[in-house]
Design a protein around this ligand. Sequence first.
Ligand code: GDP
Length: 414
Amino acid sequence: MPGPIEKLRNIGIVAHIDAGKTTTTERILYYTGAIHRMGNVDDGNTETDFDEEEAKRGITIYSAAVTCKWKDCTINLIDTPGHVDFTAEVQRSLRVLDGAVVIFSAVEGVEAQSETVWRQADEYKTPRMCFINKMDRIGANFENVLEQIRKRLHGNPLPLFLPIGAEHDFEGIIDLVKNKALYFDPDSQGQSIEEKEIPEELQEMAAEYRQKLIETVAERDEAAMEEYFENGDLPEETIHRLIREATLTGELQPTFTGSSLDYIGVQPILDGVNRYLPSPLDIPPVKGINPNPKRNESTELVRHAKNDEPLAALIFKIVADKHADLCFVRVYSGVLKSGSRLLNPRTGKKEFCSQIWHIQADSREKVETDLVEAGDICGIIGPKAVATGDTLCPQQHPILLESIIFPETVISMA
Ligand code: GDP
């Protein structure tokens, strides 16, 4: 049992190659306790780059789904490839994500691949957060990247954190909601975080950013605006709620910063995923077609993310494994049970779901209950005549999930 559905997050980390997606993912898995040793991308031994060939090339090809826990949330991290040639795969994973974290390098800023992915996320209305990484590198410029996100991506990044220093002098981050400076101890691999007053020389700038932040999010809520005018401030919880609402509607993108290599700023991303990104209940119910409607029956079907609805599951990735093919599915509605016979409405054939796994990167951990609930993602073994994009559903309640078009052609980068 992954816990209540409102605490479930299906998210992806997307980035242009080299922006630091693998490093950040690795830190996330480490902080959430899914792994107990740190890999290093430069040694090719990180947890998500589990294919040997891929590790050699230093490119994340496989969209593996990894499950981890952060505080009271269960996070399914759907890995998306960063290489420019794998755009179709990015698209496939975006289709099953509820939210995304887009990583930018503070040096290179918005790059071709970030533009493509951003546009696709716009198309799918995927709520997202931004992480401006590599603040420790020569040439890092936080403001520049914010400007590029606005100009080139037409995004609306809302800084929730500011860097303290840059390049060799990058020391920590300012939490604008908390109004505190955070310093991460590299010797503890960032586990220990010291909270201090904001350095004097940055107080004015932080105050300006904080005021802008509150005004931006309070604008959409009359009661909050009134409270803000009266008290000159808002309680942290109100600010978080307003940020969440504006993130879910796509009005803005909460923006974080740090250096994942130096362990700075990764836990705030996890708190952000928890606080601001959607659960499966926050996205519209999935639509589909009844493949063989009886007379007077509508061909259009809607399935809500509820356990008591008929099962509708989508295969979004098939990974050839040593022993058997592993189909990654998103359960949009109903409950998927191991040992069940399901219909593939595209072929009209029945498929057997013999085993269900929740994946922990290269070590696959079996789901104890042998069932996966509405909203969740898992790997299944058993289906034979299936392809990416196929629906699995009960024989009595057939549904073909809608508009799942997975073009194999790579989108031009012009
Ligand atoms: P990906 O291609 O987006 O998955 O990027 P990687 O995580 O593989 O990182 C690409 C390179 O940048 C590696 O050599 C990392 O060690 C390095 N890197 C990642 N994050 C940071 C960072 O915050 N600061 C610095 N200086 N280097 C980083």
